[in-house]
Design a protein around this ligand. Structure first.
Ligand SMILES: Cc1cc2nc3c(=O)[nH]c(=O)nc-3n(C[C@H](O)[C@H](O)[C@H](O)COP(=O)(O)O)c2cc1C
Length: 200
């Protein structure tokens, strides 16, 4: 029997069904299902269940030996542990994000801050070289923006470069594929997800 493959679908728009990043990320998930690349979908809508922001006690717990965390630290670690669990169990990640002020959604950034942890998602070998622990996952990134990147100077691209670098450096996902639905705030805009995903 072939092993079932799991996709973890992260939604981070503050909007509900009118969200284009959610529309695009759902279209990616649907395409992966129709091609039988995944069988199980785990969906997390970060606007419905807000990721906590980092704070001192949680960071303290991140750096502690897991055997010596106290009850309060264990409680603080619950969300972060659940995120690590979700990502560990997934073969493919589909991350949807709106562009807000040229960056990713703060919800997605907060979720990444809960995921990335030294000693858990990455560590260092005996020569002090960084090595990742959750290697081999494919990431699809779906970005929605009111304008178009081509209207800005090239160095104004922050979302794909940031997400790719974080997943490369601290998780071990070397394949990050980005798709964009652009111009959503422009008059007469209509989303054509199938066209955007032609190369997928
Ligand atoms: C607070 C806020 C900031 C935004 N900043 C930008 C921006 O910097 N550049 C841009 O092209 N669009 C920007 N937009 C437009 C959104 O990217 C656009 O509405 C997009 O479709 C939102 O994603 P969603 O449809 O998944 O909610 C912004 C929208 C909001 C609400």
């Amino acid at each position: 029997m072939t092993k079932k493959k799991t996709v973890l679908h992260i939604i981070s728009s503050a909007r509900e069904n009118e969200s284009y990043s959610k529309g695009l990320s759902l279209a990616i998930v649907d395409k992966l299902i129709s091609r039988q690349e995944v069988d199980v979908v785990i969906e997390r809508n970060l606007a419905k269940e807000l990721p906590p922001f980092l704070h001192g006690n949680l960071i303290g717990a991140f750096y502690k030996d897991p055997r010596s965390v106290n009850e309060e630290e264990r409680r603080l670690l619950e969300y972060a542990d659940a995120v690590v669990n979700d990502v560990s169990n997934a073969d493919i990640l589909v991350l949807g994000t709106p562009m807000y002020n040229l960056g990713m959604s703060a919800l997605l950034k907060a979720w990444i801050d809960q995921l990335v942890r030294v000693g858990v998602t990455y560590g260092f070998d005996e020569n002090g070289m960084r090595k990742c622990n959750l290697n081999g996952k494919k990431v699809y990134l779906a970005i929605a923006s009111g304008g178009k990147l081509e209207y800005w100077p090239k160095d104004y691209e922050f979302i794909a470069s940031h997400v790719s670098a974080a997943f490369n450096a601290y998780v071990g996902a070397t394949e990050v594929h980005t798709f964009r639905v652009e111009g959503t705030a422009m008059p007469g805009f209509q989303a054509d997800y199938q066209k955007i995903l032609e190369s997928l």
